[in-house]
Design a protein around this ligand. Structure first.
Ligand code: CP3
Length: 334
């Protein structure tokens, strides 16, 4: 059993497995080299030779316990036929959303567009299973995908005032997203993903009254679906107002915490395995600060099932030497 499975399934404490959100990415020169030659980001995600190589790049350098497959949450709208592009210094840009068009897409059409992600998972997981490391598949949560599909770009700190204007449309799209997320998850698991993480990066945009409709209920459906396939699921409802309520209702196998939370409070309130927390900006400071902050999390969660990770994705300006030092600090902790 892999160390991450030991924590999630057997509730082992003090073994401190580690992986890092966005561990395959722009802070690595070897990634930037491939990226420079491959201007179309979605095409790169769908090139199983390159995407499996990129997925394994961080594991060649660091003693990590898992690889997260190199893809993007926006592969889902792409698979539904919505245009998805990534512009330098801007982020994702989506085309117009045509409900009639996406209503006509079926599983065969979708899988045909994205199946090379599954091929990459197959390649990577064959390699990692031999090394007793986890292969993490992932999806965006229905709410976060809805935000991108309607807003057509990353939102700022708040939603546009007219976001919920057409509730009928929103609910129709949510159902379509949910249906294809299940398809996407099932194919990732069938190809060798042995953990699924659900990223709800924009959970923090919602008011409390809207959480049941847009977060709890659709995420619970997905979590139950993943559990029915006997694979553990980690949720990351970033900046949600109440992590305890989320965990009590949605009941993921583990939860990733963001860096704004007080880890001691979380430890008091949350009984399931916990992942993450360290502010990615700490990796931009110095080794002494990094060590102190890392040990703080390890000490707090010493007697709790805990997977080391960050409180959001690693920043592109991070020096890989600091990542090396972080991994070593975690692995040496007793
Ligand atoms: O190691 C990994 O985690 C790799 C796989 C991965 C990527 N994106 C690759 C990527 C994962 C798990 C994601 C998830 C993702 N994508 C999320 C959820 C996590 C979060 O950050 O909140 C979201 C919201 C997206 C959407 C997205 N993709 C944005 C907003 C951006 C642009 C901003 C940015 O950081 O550049 C991307 C692009 C993206 N996805 C890159 C990578 C490596 C950078 C692309 C590049 O090289 O230009």
């Amino acid at each position: 059993m892999s160390p991450i499975d030991e924590v999630i399934k057997n509730k082992k404490t003090n073994i401190n497995p580690i992986w890092i959100m966005r561990q395959a990415g722009r802070y690595l020169p070897e990634f930037r080299k491939i990226r420079e030659k491959n201007k179309d980001f979605i095409k790169l995600c769908l090139n199983e030779e390159l995407s499996s190589e990129i997925t394994l790049q961080p594991l060649k350098r660091f003693n990590l316990d898992a690889a997260i497959i190199f893809s993007d949450i926006l592969i889902l709208p792409y698979g539904l036929g919505q245009k998805v592009e990534f512009e330098k210094n801007f982020g994702p840009k989506l085309g117009d959303l045509n409900l009639n068009k996406i209503s006509q897409i079926d599983e065969v059409d979708f899988v045909e567009k994205v199946h090379r992600v599954y091929k990459a998972i197959k390649k990577v997981s064959l390699d990692l299973n031999l090394k007793n490391k986890s292969t993490i598949g992932f999806v965006g949560a229905p709410w976060t995908l809805l935000v991108y599909m309607i807003n057509q770009q990353s939102p700022k700190k708040t939603l546009k005032a007219n976001f919920f204007k057409d509730e009928f449309l929103i609910n129709r799209i949510l159902l379509i997203i949910e249906k294809f997320l299940k398809i996407h998850i099932k194919h990732q698991i069938d190809s060798g993903a042995n953990i699924i993480q659900i990223f709800d990066s924009w959970a923090g945009l919602l008011e409390e009254k809207d959480l049941p409709n847009y977060i709890y209920s659709p995420t619970l459906n997905l979590v139950n679906f993943i559990k029915s396939l006997n694979v553990p699921v980690i949720c990351f409802p970033r900046e949600i107002k109440n992590y305890k309520e989320f965990c009590d209702i949605v009941k993921p196998d583990a939860v990733n915490i963001d860096y704004n939370l007080n880890p001691k409070e979380i430890l008091k309130n949350i009984k399931i395995p916990i992942q993450g927390g360290l502010d990615p900006k700490i990796l931009l400071t110095d080794k002494e600060t990094l060590r102190k902050e890392t040990i703080k999390y390890l000490e707090i969660f010493k007697n709790h099932p805990y997977i080391f990770n960050l409180g959001h994705g690693i920043l592109p300006e991070t020096n890989p030497d600091m990542v090396e030092y972080l991994v070593k600090t975690v692995k040496d902790f007793k």
